[in-house]
Write a new protein. Structure first.
Length: 361
């Protein structure tokens, strides 16, 4: 029986550990919080900071395989582990995803179109970048930004003041794409196979993913899947990769990528014939991958703290599937759970369930 070490003990690690068990493996997570979500399902936990090399070595010595469940694991620390321990994904996709300039340059170099962008290291850079790209545009920190953090939408010169607090570090200025919708493609690649999950439309609230509607697979979705697979192969990435995409008319643009299970793929647990966690588990354990198929129209609702009590008004049934992450500290914008509604179109969700949840921005 193989043991997988998961660096990170959040809800993604929790759901991955559940699938590792179903595939006949064991799972041990590393997290600074001894009561993290994954601790409730893993066979053991190493309580350590992600940057603590001794803690990472301890996890490596207890396991056969190492993986990571979120992008902000320091890739510098992982470099020390590559020669000693088995990290099937390697660290290149993690490294590439940890800096927005590196990430977008890599996308352009390997076949995916991005919005126009410029590196920003000073107020002068920012003003020159705005002249080149024009309003509206978006300033983002190049590292550690997620769920809308470290981002400023610039519509006019008056908005520049909001960027000043970030200019002590490296940033990126991007063309604002007034997209028709956002989608994401989730792939798992082994040395012999590459699979892709059915795609849907992502809706955000407070800069955080709120809803995913997964229904008919359109020609645009199939085109994106084809190009994203080519991208993954050109980069030589293995394991799981999610690529977020903006679609505008007949064009699509790379937004960002994540070398881990993704919120937009939570729906796959009940909505598909196999799910993103199971296929990642199979990859890690050296098993053959299974091509997923959509079972029914499916909606995934992300539950943040302000909707946690509202979620409890739902009753689970054959089409309502509640996943609670067992987080003791309920905070307004913290991801607390998700709910998957199978046999549910966007129209049916709005008619039947939307009014249960908070609607203010």
């Amino acid at each position: 029986m193989k043991t997988v070490g998961i660096i990170g003990g959040g809800q993604l690690g929790m759901m991955l550990a559940e699938e590792i068990h179903k595939e006949g493996g064991k799972a041990i997570c590393l997290d600074p919080n001894p009561k993290c979500p994954a601790s409730f399902v893993c066979d053991d936990i190493v309580v350590s900071e992600y940057s603590d090399l001794e803690g990472l070595k301890k996890l490596g010595n207890m396991t056969d395989i190492l993986t990571y469940e979120f992008e902000n694991v320091p890739s510098e620390a992982l470099k020390y582990l590559l020669d000693t321990y088995n990290i099937p994904q390697g660290i290149q996709p993690l490294f590439d995803s940890q800096n927005r300039i590196r990430e977008k340059t890599n996308a352009n170099n390997n076949g995916l179109k991005t919005p126009k962008f410029k590196a920003i290291n000073s107020l002068k850079d920012l003003k020159n970048g705005i002249k080149e790209i024009g309003y509206p545009c978006v300033y983002k920190t190049t590292t550690m930004g997620y769920d809308g953090h470290g981002q400023v939408l610039l519509k006019s010169e008056d908005d520049i003041v909001e960027v000043l607090e970030y200019l002590s570090g490296e940033g990126i200025l991007e063309e604002f794409i007034k997209f028709d919708y956002e989608t994401s493609v989730i792939m798992v690649r082994s040395k012999d196979q590459i699979i892709s999950f059915p795609m849907g439309i992502n809706k955000h609230k407070h800069g955080i993913l709120d809803l995913c509607f997964v229904e008919k697979q359109t020609p645009m979705f199939l085109k994106i899947q084809e190009e994203a697979k080519k991208f993954m192969e050109k980069c030589g990435y293995l394991g799981i990769l999610c690529v977020e995409i903006f679609v505008k008319g007949n064009d699509f643009y790379f937004n960002e990528m994540a070398p881990r299970p993704h919120n937009s793929g939570h729906y796959t647990i009940e909505g598909c014939t196999t799910n993103q966690y199971r296929e990642l588990a199979r990859f890690l354990l050296g098993k053959k991958l299974e091509e997923p198929k959509l079972i029914s129209p499916t909606v995934m609702k992300n539950i943040l703290g302000f909707d946690y009590e509202n979620m409890k008004k739902l009753k689970e049934d054959k089409d309502v599937h509640i996943h609670d992450y067992n987080k003791a500290d309920v905070r307004e914008k913290r991801k607390m759970a998700h709910v998957t509604f199978t046999n549910t179109t966007e129209a049916l969700y709005k008619e039947k369930y939307e009014n249960l949840f908070a609607r203010e921005e």
